[in-house]
Design a protein around this ligand. Structure first.
Ligand code: NAD
Length: 496
């Protein structure tokens, strides 16, 4: 398992010379090179096993095969496996289907549900199975525990388990104990943390041009070894396992805090008659802050941010540490949804019995993923309050939705008294106000995604409300008592 000299020169990292568990120095790499064509290759092509063919696993399997490795992807779900073996993929990700097809044809990627077949001839298994939230908000680690046991029990020679799934700090150590119990005599199954940071809808691009790859290993040589599996040029941080695990939780918690802060500013803007779009644009233009994740709206959702924020809080609680900032981000997120509901209730004088349209189901544009989507939660809340719902999403689908689902947004809007844009798809930004007005029975439009600005909506007869903008100015209270804008002789401002 020793790293080759070539890989060592290609991988951009530095290891603290004298620390087994030391925090390692991070050096930026040449991310731009990741966009080069042909795609960057792994320095040392090898045989790999990837477990789980979801957003993370299928992307990793296809991209690692594209980078030159020979990959066997182990998938337990019979429906998913049948689809993959038939040459189709179970998720929507730009470029992924083509890449899977190419690698399968070239013999670099195959799918199986047989553990022994998946790990035959390989020293590495990348674990990309789900770690969903349990009922108490703590992560449910049963899938990954089972996976570690199965792989260890089937291993006939040393096998490194590389945990890409998001897990609470300490998990890799626990998995290593589980794996050691299950493994046969003379078989070593060390566990390395390698959290995944891909963004759905740009997963392939993120794989080849990541902001960073984090590898947590208590044996630095093993860490370097795992880092060398990735294409040359990726910026890599190697550290101890608990730190690597916490990087993932902390990064997603920070993004959640940023979104909640944007929603808090938006709420203040509504009360001041300021425009949250401009305010947050102005804030985000500060290079120290950045514009990403500063959009107000229905709040954060998806399969990662809410779950990882809860995991962060559960981890803190488990060691008796209070994390009030993270807790506040979660509370503010709940209020974001409530604020949109309240707007609609106010504008329509109640939603019971009213026909309503919600445009968007996916948790963000560009993906088919509706897991923990704020848009879906909005549909359910409105239905629970007695609204009669119709909805539309270009890709997202959801089972047992209390709404009629249409493929055409104008059809979904037909007869609606109020409409909410819940997901910021470009398709919704291009809607024609006059045509939409002709379809709808009412005029209330709530743009929770911030995509309908400045397009003649009011001219078409709509009352348009945004998040942090669009309330009539008569609603804005006078905030300060009148003051004299002149310095009195004694100095300081005085109230009139
Ligand atoms: N989706 C994302 O954007 C994203 C980003 C970064 C990290 N993550 C993390 O990565 C992990 C996976 O996320 P995902 O969205 O890909 O999940 P997913 O639910 O889409 O995919 C998991 C897959 O693993 C399979 N699986 C479970 N147990 C198995 C086993 N024992 N053997 C073989 N296959 C098995 C499931 O059938 C499923 O297909 C999670 O921990 C998640 O938090 C996700």
């Amino acid at each position: 398992m020793a790293i080759s000299a070539a890989a060592a020169t290609l991988v951009v990292m530095k290891i603290h010379p004298d620390a087994q568990l030391g925090h390692q120095q991070f050096l930026p790499g040449t991310a731009a090179s990741m966009f080069a064509s042909p795609r960057p290759r792994a320095a040392r092509p090898t045989r790999l096993c990837v477990v789980g063919a979801g957003y993370v696993g299928l992307t990793a399997a296809a991209c690692l095969a594209e980078a030159g490795h020979t990959v066997t992807c182990l998938e337990a779900d019979p429906g998913r496996l049948a689809l993959l073996k038939a040459g189709r993929i179970p998720i929507v990700e730009p470029g992924l289907a083509e890449m899977v097809a190419r690698s399968r044809q070239a013999g670099g990627l195959r799918f199986t549900d047989e553990v022994e077949e998946a790990i035959e001839g390989t020293g590495y298994a990348l674990l990309c199975v789900g770690t969903p939230p349990g009922i108490d908000g703590k992560p449910d680690l049963r899938q990954i525990g089972d996976t570690a046991r199965q792989l260890a029990a089937a291993a006939r020679s040393d096998l490194v388990l590389i945990v890409k799934s998001t897990v609470p700090p300490g998990s890799c150590e626990a998995l290593e104990i589980l794996a050691a119990d299950a493994a046969g005599p003379d078989v070593r199954v060390p566990v390395v943390s390698n959290p995944e940071f891909l963004r759905e809808s740009r997963a392939v691009a993120d794989f080849f041009a990541p902001d960073r790859i984090v590898v947590g290993a208590d044996d630095p040589e093993l860490g370097r070894d795992v880092a060398a599996l990735y294409p040359a040029g990726c910026p890599i941080l190697v550290c101890d396992r608990r730190s690597a695990e916490l990087v993932k939780y902390a990064a997603n918690t920070f993004l959640a805090v940023k979104i909640s802060f944007a929603n808090e500013v938006a709420g203040l803007c509504e009360r001041l008659g300021a425009d949250a779009g401009r305010v947050l644009e102005g804030v985000g233009l500060d290079a120290r802050i950045g514009a990403a994740f500063l959009g107000p709206g229905l709040g954060f959702g998806g399969s990662c941010l809410p779950k990882d924020l809860s995991g962060f809080l559960a981890t803190a609680a488990s060691v008796g540490y209070e994390a009030p900032l993270a807790a506040a981000a979660r509370a503010v997120n709940g209020s974001a949804q409530e604020a949109v509901l309240a707007k609609l209730e106010l504008a329509l004088d109640g939603v019971r019995g009213r026909r309503l349209a919600v445009l968007g189901l996916a948790f963000k544009p560009g993906t088919d993923d509706t897991r923990d989507s704020p848009a879906v939660a909005l549909v359910r809340s409105l239905a629970a309050r007695g609204g009669v719902l119709s909805t539309c999403d270009p890709l997202g689908r959801c089972r047992e939705l209390p709404a009629d689902v249409f493929s055409d947004p104008y059809r979904a809007a037909r007869g609606a008294e109020g409409l909410v844009v819940a997901t910021g798809w470009p398709e919704f930004a291009q809607l024609d106000p006059v045509r939409l007005r002709a379809e709808m029975a009412g005029t209330v439009l709530v743009d929770a995604a911030g995509v309908l600005r400045g397009q003649g909506w009011r001219e078409a007869g709509f009352s348009l409300y945004g998040v942090g903008w669009g309330l009539p100015s008569s609603l804005h209270p006078v905030v300060w008592p009148p003051i004299t804008w002149a310095l009195p002789a004694a100095g300081g401002l005085s109230a009139a």
